[in-house]
Design a protein around this ligand. Structure first.
Ligand SMILES: *Cc1c(COP(=O)(O)O)cnc(C)c1O
Length: 377
């Protein structure tokens, strides 16, 4: 029997923070301020420091962290919001929820992120069509690698687009020394337990240096409140994060830099042992990934994944169906082959285990399993 390599190990991580976390939880059980307790402000301040921004608005999920800035900006019917089809559905879903129209832009095969050249072309097509107004772009830092913000920002400036960084997977990453969460006009992250920085339930946060925007998002987070929640100055939602979840994030932030460094070691190991056997991910110069996922390409993906499973190596497929091919988006009318890079990656991609609690034996088991695949059939 081969021992199973854990795809993610929340038990090992919990063992490391358990003592101080239980003290924090005991303090919350003393004050009983379960909604917007003092731990929320403490966490927001700590996150602001990590992301290098002045304003952090915590909220109930990564999905809400994307929705709040769209609502605060007044994005709605008639607006085109450009994004990648190769992402978790939430990125596009929030666009549709506001009544705006998602416009999917193909990705680059080497980074899996939105292709700035294709973005320029897509804006041109929307302008030529004349039906929608180009309003915003949501680049996703897929698998933890920040998108190409230098190129995206210059296109966005030219067309007056609002830029929302979907940093749900990239908290802890950097580009030219700048932390993920500091790109665009505003950034959104998720604290879903499996993300690089996860809580013990749902949670998320929005990051910005725009104080006015942050103020609107804080209002929308609590039903569009004015001076208090019984004065409603705009339409909002209930999107607060629980105090208990903030305690988890506060304790996890203490070990987070160390965990990110360990994820990088795992990625380095995979790069050294797997390059050639699979198409390993490329991190462009000046970038550091948070390695939310270690995603590789292989032409016989399904056979290789089955082989790995037999050898105790779990895998996952992010994402098997690009969003423009999902039934939910059938009405947008994208023909097969319209976003060829995303469609091709969806057929060949899979993710290997990556987290801070993989042992050297686990890593060797992964590379042995990959190399024992009878390639070439
Ligand atoms: C996880 C994720 C989200 C949504 O986050 P939730 O906290 O699950 O709502 C949005 N975008 C991307 C790219 C994600 O990976």
């Amino acid at each position: 029997m081969t021992e199973q390599v854990p795809f993610i190990d929340l038990h090992a991580q919990l063992a490391r923070i358990r003592g101080p976390l239980e003290e924090r939880l005991a303090a919350i059980f003393e004050h009983c301020r379960f909604i917007m307790g003092p731990e929320i402000a403490e966490m927001e301040a700590s996150l602001a420091e990590h992301a290098g921004v002045s304003q952090v608005v915590s909220c109930s999920s990564g999905t809400d962290a994307l929705l709040l800035p769209l609502m605060a900006r007044g994005i709605g019917p008639g607006d085109a919001v450009f994004t990648t089809p190769f992402t978790f559905v939430a990125t596009a879903e929030v666009i549709s929820l506001t009544g705006a129209t998602p416009v999917f832009v193909d990705i680059r095969e080497d980074t899996f992120n939105i292709d700035p050249e294709r973005l320029g072309e897509a804006i041109g097509r929307v302008l030529a069509d004349g039906e929608l107004r180009p309003a915003a772009v949501i680049p996703v830092d897929l698998f933890g690698l920040p998108a190409d913000y230098a190129a995206i920002d210059s296109i966005a400036r030219e067309h007056g687009l609002f830029v929302i960084e979907d940093a749900a997977q990239s908290f802890g990453a950097r580009c030219q020394g700048r932390p993920a969460g500091s790109f665009g006009h505003v950034a959104a992250t998720s604290f879903f337990p499996a993300k690089p920085l996860g809580c013990y339930g749902d949670g998320g946060a929005v990051f910005t240096d725009d104080g006015k925007l942050a103020e609107r998002m804080r209002s929308i987070r609590v039903h569009g409140e004015g001076r208090d929640r019984y004065e409603n100055v705009r339409i909002g939602v209930n999107a607060r994060m629980d105090t208990i979840q903030a305690a988890v994030i506060l304790e996890k932030l203490k070990i987070f830099p160390d965990e990110i460094a360990r994820r990088q070691e795992v990625a380095d190991h995979y790069q050294a042992t797997l390059d050639g056997a699979v198409r390993v991910p490329r991190v462009p110069d000046g970038y550091q990934s948070s390695w939310a996922c270690y995603s590789v390409l292989h032409d016989q993906r399904d056979a290789l994944v089955a082989h790995l499973r037999e050898h105790g190596v779990p895998t996952a497929i992010y994402y098997p169906i690009p969003l423009h091919q999902q039934q939910a988006y059938r009405d947008l009318g994208y023909a097969p082959g319209s976003l060829p890079v995303a469609e091709s990656c969806a057929k060949r991609i899979f993710s290997l285990p990556i987290h801070a609690y993989l042992s050297e034996q686990h890593l060797e088991a992964v590379s042995e399993a990959v190399h024992s695949f009878p390639d070439g059939f």
